[in-house]
Design a protein around this ligand. Structure first.
Ligand code: PAF
Length: 281
C-alpha cells in the first residue's frame, strides 16, 4: 500500500490508475478504524479496480476542542488494517495540506447542515462538507463510500455532490453492528463496561420502532415509544429523537406513510452515541 502525505503524491497514484484504465473507489475516514470502516473498504473493493482510503482527523468538524483532543488515533494499527483489506493507497495528510495557510473557503448545505444534529453541533456539517469537498477534489474518485449510520452526514454529502456537480457517485453502506446490536463507532472504546452494556438500548429501541411502523403507527406514537424505551435505561441521557422524512430530513406529523428516518442521540457516561434507521411503512 502506497502512503501519500501530499496532494501531489496521491494525485500521481490516481493518474497511474487512470492511465491503466482502472476505476477508483474512495473511503474517507478520521482513522481509529473499526469493522464499519472495513466494510466500506470492502464495498469499494467489490466495485472498483483500485481503493484509496484517507485518514484525516478534520479539525473543522469538531465543535469542542476537548472532543478533538479525545479523538482516538493510532496510525500504525490503522495502516495494518488497511493493508489487510488490500487498500491500494492511503492519503494521510497533515492539517496544513488540507487547510493551507490563508484558507477561507467553506462548503455548506444550508438546510441539511442546520437541522437535527446540526442544531446541537453548530458548524459540524459545514466542516464535514468542506473537508469532503476538498478530499473529492484532491483524489477525484469514481465513487465514494459512506456509512448509513451517519445518516445526516450521508444526506449532506449526497446533496453537496448533486448541487456542485461533482463527477462521482456517493454510495451509502449499511451500519455494521456488534453481536448485541450496538452500532460500531470509534467512540465505543471510550465507554465503561456498564455503559457499553447499556448502549444497546439505542438499537433495541430502533428495532421496536421498525416493528411498530410495520403494523401502522403515527409519528407522535413512534416518538413516545422510542423515548420511553431509552428513558427506561438509567445510564442513558437522551439527547434527541428525530423522526423525519428520509433524504429531505423534514419533520411531518400524523400517520407514518412514507420513507422515514429515525435518528437517536444519547450520552452514556459523557460519550455521545448516535444510531439511526430508515423505515418504510
Ligand atoms: O465520517 C467521518 O469519519 C468523517 O465525518 C468524514 C466523512 C471522514 C469527514 O471528515
Amino acid at each position: 500500500m502506497e502512503i501519500c502525505p501530499s496532494v501531489e503524491t496521491v494525485r500521481a497514484c490516481v493518474a497511474r490508475y487512470r492511465a491503466a484504465g482502472e476505476s477508483v473507489g474512495l473511503v474517507t475516514t478520521m482513522g481509529a478504524l473499526h469493522e464499519g470502516h472495513l466494510e466500506l473498504m470492502r464495498a469499494a473493493r467489490r466495485e472498483h479496480d483500485r481503493v484509496i482510503a484517507t485518514i484525516f482527523v478534520n479539525p473543522t468538524q469538531f465543535g469542542e476542542v476537548a472532543d478533538l483532543a479525545h479523538y482516538p488515533s493510532d496510525d500504525a494499527r490503522d495502516i495494518d488494517l488497511l493493508k489487510g483489506e488490500n487498500v491500494d493507497a492511503l492519503f494521510l495528510p497533515e492539517v496544513q495540506v488540507i487547510y493551507p495557510p490563508g484558507d477561507e473557503t467553506i462548503v455548506e448545505t444550508t438546510h441539511l447542515a442546520n437541522v437535527l444534529h446540526g442544531k446541537v453541533r453548530p458548524g459540524h456539517f459545514r466542516g464535514v462538507a468542506t473537508v469532503v469537498a476538498r478530499l473529492f477534489n484532491i483524489v477525484g474518485p469514481d465513487a465514494a463510500y459512506f456509512g448509513e449510520k451517519d445518516y445526516q452526514q450521508l444526506q449532506v454529502i449526497k446533496r453537496m455532490v448533486r448541487d456542485l456537480h461533482f463527477p462521482l457517485s456517493v454510495v451509502g453502506v449499511p451500519t455494521v453492528r456488534e453481536a448485541d446490536g450496538l452500532a460500531m463507532s470509534s467512540r465505543n472504546v471510550r465507554l465503561t463496561p456498564e455503559d457499553r452494556a447499556a448502549a444497546v438500548v439505542l438499537s433495541r429501541s430502533l428495532q421496536a420502532a421498525e416493528t411498530l411502523v410495520a403494523s401502522g403507527t403515527t409519528i407522535e406514537a413512534l416518538g413516545e415509544a422510542i423515548r420511553a424505551t431509552i428513558k427506561s435505561e438509567a445510564r442513558a441521557t437522551l439527547r434527541a429523537v428525530d423522526i423525519v422524512e428520509a433524504e429531505s430530513l423534514t419533520p411531518y406529523s400524523g400517520a407514518v406513510d412514507r420513507p422515514t428516518a429515525i435518528m437517536i442521540s444519547a450520552e452514556f457516561g459523557g460519550v455521545l452515541l448516535i444510531d439511526q434507521r430508515e423505515v418504510q411503512p
